[in-house]
Design a binder for this molecule. Structure first.
Ligand code: F6P
Length: 498
């Protein structure tokens, strides 16, 4: 049962922006090539081209899929949405020139959004903070509020000042109840300090694909950033939804993130050999593990704290896209599709869930992510040296755990025996930069796309989340005393207690 065979060959794909080592997958490039022949459809190259040109069809929602067209700062908003509005807003807020209604510069920005309108912006703002260009002499604090229960507002409202805070209402549809509920609470909180007119005129930016809803809400046109309906929510961090990232690092650095994604688009589109194409390889290895090894989950394990929000981001990207049981043309699927995505910051996971991974009963695969070098500008030489040593410490731990997970370890003492045989990938970059970060995220997007193509499903809709919304509306009506419907014994008893 224990594999315990150290690898003798390294299988790596190297590009100037991202590297993949799949030596611990137990598959040779020849085997993967053969597998690709059976899995990738004959028109795969054409489908890739369609995606890259923004012409791939989201058939169930009857529109194109166009997030790839956002990989340029000129395209983050829809054509006609005020030339340079995005960069002008970024410049004005970062320089402290954007004044609130009472004449004070904005110091805090709160992004109110959920799902794709929260996870990507939050992940990118956190990961890339140290790359902020210094055109900004003014410090802007960015906060994220997503949860419908108001849990994050409890933490944010006490530390911000209504006169110096700007709210980004980020919602592709501009109709998501979670976001509107948070906005409603914010309006109540603001009332003693600013009139609604003052608030709307200087303290709100809307980011949405629904212009009419932004206008109806009262957001002035110059504060509306609109993006195309054909950009899926979970693919929208490259669009104006990425505003918090741009506010954190500046438009130039944001452009570099877009460039990194574009470089990955080109790699994906142009490399025909599936064993040399990082997203295609990730997709094939994932399908193989799902179908041939019957493994239903992938742990995302970043070994650099800057990537700590990647697992949550990946959950939406992958699970909302490929957690499906029917093809895009409505045929039932007979093989399992997208796996459960989970994970956490690797070094801390070692002190929490890794015991189960090493010696528990469950099968899993994992993507380890490592950043090989990190500079620590702004610190004294002694602190820089200590921080660089910490980076080496993290990488050594990453290498150690993936090695053990694959090879296992046999000991006379059963308690010290590691099972091994867990196939994993190592994605690594020499340095984390806006460019390499953009490339990592785009690689995962194209992996998800490729798997969707292999399974014949539509990765760009999410019909399964809708029923929950209508069901919640029905229950809320009863809780609010506006209806007296009964549901089931358990639900009814909690409602009575409320
Ligand atoms: O309910 C799922 C979902 O539609 C996601 O796909 C989306 O990212 C999220 O809700 C938020 O939607 P919106 O940006 O329209 O508020």
């Amino acid at each position: 049962m224990v594999n315990n065979t150290p690898t003798t060959t390294t299988y790596t794909v190297e590009t100037e922006f991202l590297n993949l080592d799949y030596s611990y997958q137990g598959l040779t490039p020849e085997q993967i090539s053969d597998y690709a022949q059976t899995k990738l459809p004959a028109n795969f190259t054409k489908l890739k081209q369609q995606l890259i040109q923004g012409e791939f069809k989201n058939k169930t929602e009857n529109r194109n899929v166009s997030h790839v067209l956002n990989r340029s700062i000129h395209n983050v908003v829809k054509a006609g949405n005020g030339k340079n509005r995005f960069t002008e807003i970024v410049r004005s807020l970062r320089s402290g020139q954007w004044l609130g209604a009472t004449g004070k510069p904005i110091t805090d920005v709160v992004n109110i959004g959920v799902g794709g309108s929260d996870l990507g912006p939050m992940m990118g703002s956190f990961a890339l903070k140290e790359f902020a260009d210094d055109n900004s002499l003014h410090t802007l604090h960015t906060h994220f509020v997503s949860s419908m229960d108001g849990g994050q507002l409890y933490a944010v409202l006490p530390i911000i000042d209504p006169e110096t805070t700007l709210f980004i209402i980020a919602s592709k549809s501009f109709g998501t109840i979670d976001t509107l509920a948070n906005v409603n609470t914010v309006k109540q909180w603001l009332q003693p300090h600013l009139t609604e007119e003052q608030w709307l005129s200087r303290h709100v930016i809307g980011v949405s694909a629904n212009n009419q809803a932004m206008t109806d809400f009262g957001i002035p046109p110059s504060q509306q950033l609109s993006f195309a309906d054909s950009v899926g929510g979970r693919f929208s961090m490259w669009s104006a939804i990425g505003l918090p990232i741009a506010l954190t690092i500046g438009s130039n650095q944001f452009s570099k993130m877009l460039d990194g994604a574009k470089a990955m688009d080109e790699h994906f589109a142009e490399v025909d050999d599936p064993t040399q194409n990082i997203p295609v390889l990730l997709a094939l290895l994932g399908v193989y593990n799902r179908e041939q090894r019957n493994i239903n989950n992938v742990a995302i394990l970043p070994y650099d704290g800057r990537l700590r929000y990647l697992p949550s981001y990946m959950q939406q990207l992958d699970m909302e896209s490929n957690g499906k049981q029917a093809t895009h043309d409505n045929q039932p699927l007979t093989t399992p599709t997208g796996p459960i995505i989970w994970g956490g910051y690797g070094p801390n996971g070692q002190h929490a869930f890794f015991q189960h991974l090493h010696q528990g009963w469950d099968t899993f695969t994992a993507d380890f992510l490592a950043v090989l070098h990190r500079h620590a500008p702004g610190f004294s030489p002694a602190v820089q040296a200590a921080l660089r040593e910490q980076q080496r410490l993290a990488v050594s731990n990453c290498l150690a755990h993936r090695k053990l997970m694959w090879e296992g370890h046999t000991s006379d003492d059963a308690r010290n025996t590691y099972i091994g045989n867990h196939p994993t990938n190592l994605l690594y970059v020499d340095e984390l930069t806006p460019h390499s970060f953009g490339a990592i995220i785009a690689a995962y997007e194209h992996k998800v796309f490729t798997q969707g193509v292999i399974w014949g499903l539509n990765s760009f809709d999410q019909p399964g989340v809708e029923k929950g919304k209508t069901c919640a509306t029905d229950i809320l009506k009863v809780i609010d005393g506006q209806a007296d419907t009964t549901f089931d014994a358990s639900t009814d008893s909690i409602i009575r207690r409320m």
